[in-house]
Design a protein. Sequence first.
Length: 74
Amino acid sequence: MAGSAHRFTVVSATVFVGIQAVATGVAAGWAIAGLFNLGDIGEYALMGLFSLPALYATYRYGRSAAKAEASLAA
């Protein structure tokens, strides 16, 4: 039972951090495209480009959080 509580905590925190990171990447792409008048295609390209590092950071965060929870539970 305790293992599922730890898993829920890690998943919840990872989802929260992921949403924040992706939203920041999308907002940065939107803002930079607007600043340089890149149009819709440039806007979507920058949003996608900046979302990739956010997704990778989310993946790394989830792995680190799971590792930390596993070391605390042991």
